[in-house]
Design a binder for this molecule. Structure first.
Ligand SMILES: [Zn+2]
Length: 258
């Protein structure tokens, strides 16, 4: 049995649901998974939410919300708490790939060099990340570890710069194709005992509609068109336990896999 958590930073139902005809694998996943709007009650900041999801704690406890604090890049060593991979590693084969709670993004028991420091910014880097994460995840899944956490970050950047443009759907379609390769063509979903969670850390909306501006409008290298909303996506297959907030993902994994 492999327990796979596929993170898609910033994926939103607002793009997926109206475009299912052009997103055949999302469409299939919606058929076979339980789906949900995951309402984010904490500030929808990527480092804060991914940290909560994989440490099981809230901001008051983990105190980590930004990639950069006081002009210093926060590193893993600055964070004085454990993540699920630290806790399960002794008992089982655990891998984490490209988790964006820090930059460069974090990997555990996986040899991986993040694209663009984990913040890919242009078409070339988005394509490279898409290919590299898919290939690496496929390679890892072949070894059938107990727990695999793998995160795509590109949609966050695509949407910051192109929200409202056709380009956004274009990148969802490219990602959709990779979901097909990873989950269907690989045979992963054919194994009935395998468990799957697909989740985002927040959704997206127009820059001026956003409650929090996560990137400064002034001084950005390009015009910002979108920012984070509180509506994240959640799809689960073969998972027992209720997921109401990101911290529940930690709890559900621990309960099911221990
Ligand atoms: Zn994010």
């Amino acid at each position: 049995m492999t327990y796979l958590i596929l993170g898609i930073d910033a994926a939103t139902w607002d793009v997926v649901k109206p475009n299912l005809e052009e997103l055949p694998y999302f469409n299939k996943l919606i058929d076979i998974c339980e789906i949900k709007n995951l309402e984010i009650s904490e500030a929808p900041l990527s480092p804060l939410i991914w940290t909560g999801m994989f440490s099981g704690t809230y901001y008051e406890e983990h105190n980590h919300k930004e990639f950069v604090e006081d002009n210093e890049i926060v590193s893993r060593d600055d964070l004085d708490f454990s993540f699920i991979w630290d806790e399960l590693d002794e008992k089982m084969d655990v891998r984490a790939l490209n988790v964006p709670f820090i930059v460069p993004t974090y990997s555990y028991n996986v040899d991986y060099e993040p694209v663009g420091f984990g913040l890919p910014t242009d078409e070339e880097e988005w394509k490279e990340e898409l290919e590299k994460i898919s290939d690496k995840t496929k390679e890892i899944l072949k070894e059938e570890p107990d727990l695999v956490i793998s995160v795509f970050t590109l949609l966050d950047r695509v949407q910051h710069f192109h929200w409202g443009e056709d380009k956004v759907l274009e990148w969802y379609k490219k990602l959709d194709k990779k979901l097909g390769e990873l989950l269907f063509d690989s045979g992963f979903l054919e194994k009935k005992e395998n468990k799957l969670i697909i989740v985002s850390d927040h959704g997206f909306c127009g820059f001026d509609e956003a409650e929090v501006q996560t990137l400064p409008k002034e001084g950005s290298e390009r015009e910002l068109k979108g920012d984070h909303s509180r509506e994240a996506i959640l799809l689960t297959k073969n998972i027992n336990g209720e997921i109401e907030n990101p911290q529940d993902i930690y709890k559900v994994i621990k309960k099911e896999i221990n």
